[in-house]
Design a protein around this ligand. Structure first.
Ligand SMILES: [Zn+2]
Length: 440
């Protein structure tokens, strides 16, 4: 599902509502693609790719979107607080209705795919919900892509990306291409006084770097000591990486006291406060396989992203002699003894607003990791690795459900014990009795 088109020049189309010459078309009659259907709502239209051109100085953008050809002529996009200027395709302006945060467009029916170009203006944000000009960083997770570019924020709707950024006050670090299907919070930009340190290349040919700002060299070195080996372990254990051949950690200034990271592949962001932390670096790298490579079908499946990669980070660093389990055990115990504890896996799909729901906590991370650890104690660590690799191979570039991974684990044997662990760790709010012995 790669993009087959070149970016259209939107400027040519502005104010042009007549069809281009069809003199080269030997067929008589109008091209159906030249029809201008009425704008209508359709959130299910499959978006194949986005080509983003962002001017940070002017705060303007041009996005060329390729959508699957369908009998439907509707396309709905989240446009947050963008100001939409033009909506057009090769044949001229397209009918569209700007409802505020929602843009409905009329796209000619049929064809293998249709491309359209939208020009717009965006604004600076300060609450981890768009382009944060003061910090020089974008933050779009979980559903704020519409504050940077017209998009479908549904985590199930993956697309490929190409990007160009101009007007940066400093060095802009961003991927020019995201060749594997990715969720719409994945494209990211960081602007700063960056130094790139090449860390090495894996046997699969993936070059790993870290980008850091003045004064951060020691932290960058500490946090990425084993990052090439971690990446090699992930590639060889779980399957080929799909987001390009150059990857790495980018230091992101999220403000004072920041911690954690964000899985923007292939150039993931790590907050300046966690840059020195190997666990955070490994965790964000592992999202290339789960959360991004395999997308979650809905936010209720958050554990399929966070629980799995928390486990994978421990597996990968274990190979380098770093034991994350004592830290995880204490984090879990703290969850169990606090009001933060929740059920890690919900039955619904597409019904929760994650950042305003109790599931948005450390619980899916830690319960999910401990679940796989106990499944591995029953089935064997290699069997669990093999199951994660099989599930990745079957679902990379697609959206998947945690319950399908559970079913695969149960198919590996001793299914009643696996089911009991599933109930205890994922489907019950109270922590399992075995948690009490952790973190003495
Ligand atoms: Zn994560």
């Amino acid at each position: 599902m790669r993009s087959f088109y070149l970016a259209l020049s939107a400027l040519v189309l502005i104010g042009c509502d007549k069809s281009p010459s069809t003199s080269t078309n030997l067929d008589a009659g109008p091209d159906p693609a030249a029809e201008r259907p009425a704008a209508s709502e359709n959130w299910l239209r499959d978006i194949l790719s986005y080509d983003l051109a962002i001017d940070l100085a002017a705060k303007t953008g041009t996005v060329t979107i390729s959508v699957a050809g369908e009998s439907s002529t509707g396309l709905s996009l989240d446009v947050g607080n963008l100001v939409i200027e033009t909506v057009a395709d090769d044949f001229g302006a397209l009918e569209h209705i700007d409802l505020g945060a929602q843009l409905n467009i009329g796209v000619p029916a049929g064809g293998e795919s249709r491309t359209l170009t939208i020009t717009y203006a965006f604004t600076s944000h300060d609450n981890f919900d768009g382009w944060m000009e003061e910090q020089g960083v974008t933050f779009l997770w979980p559903a704020f892509c519409g504050n940077l570019y017209p998009c479908n924020p549904d985590p199930a709707d993956g697309a490929t990306f190409t990007m160009s950024v101009t007007g940066a006050q400093g060095t802009a670090v961003y991927p020019e291409s995201i060749p594997g299907q990715a969720p719409t919070y994945m494209p990211a930009i960081a602007v700063g006084d960056f130094t790139e340190m090449a860390l090495g290349t894996t046997p699969a040919g993936t070059a790993v770097s870290v980008w850091y700002e003045p004064g951060q060299e020691a932290a960058a070195v500490a946090g990425t000591t084993n990052l090439v080996d971690v990446f090699e372990f992930l590639e060889t254990t779980y399957g080929p990486y799909t987001f390009g051949s150059k990857v790495g950690t980018v230091s992101a200034d999220w403000g004072g006291g920041d911690f954690g990271g964000m899985e923007h592949h292939p150039l993931w962001h790590i907050s300046s406060g966690s840059l020195s932390d190997e666990e955070t670096n490994a965790h964000e790298a592992a999202h290339g396989w789960y959360g991004n490579g395999v997308r979650i079908a809905c936010w209720e499946d958050f554990v399929l992203s966070e629980g799995i990669v928390t486990y994978m980070a421990a597996r990968a660093l274990e190979e380098s002699g770093v034991d994350l389990w004592p830290q995880y055990d204490c984090e879990l115990k703290s969850i169990c003894n606090s009001g933060e504890n929740t059920t890690a896996l919900l039955d619904t799909c597409g019904e929760i607003d994650l950042i305003n729901h109790e599931l948005w906590s450390s619980t899916p991370y830690q319960k999910g990791a401990q679940y796989l650890r106990e499944v591995a104690a029953v089935l064997g660590v290699e069997v669990v690795d093999q199951a994660l690799a099989e599930f990745y191979e079957a679902n990379v570039g697609k959206a998947a459900r945690m319950r399908d991974l559970v079913a695969l684990l149960k198919s590996k044997g001793r299914s009643e014990e696996i089911e009991a662990l599933t109930v205890a760790w994922l489907e019950t709010e109270a922590c399992p009795a075995s948690a009490a012995a952790l973190c003495p």
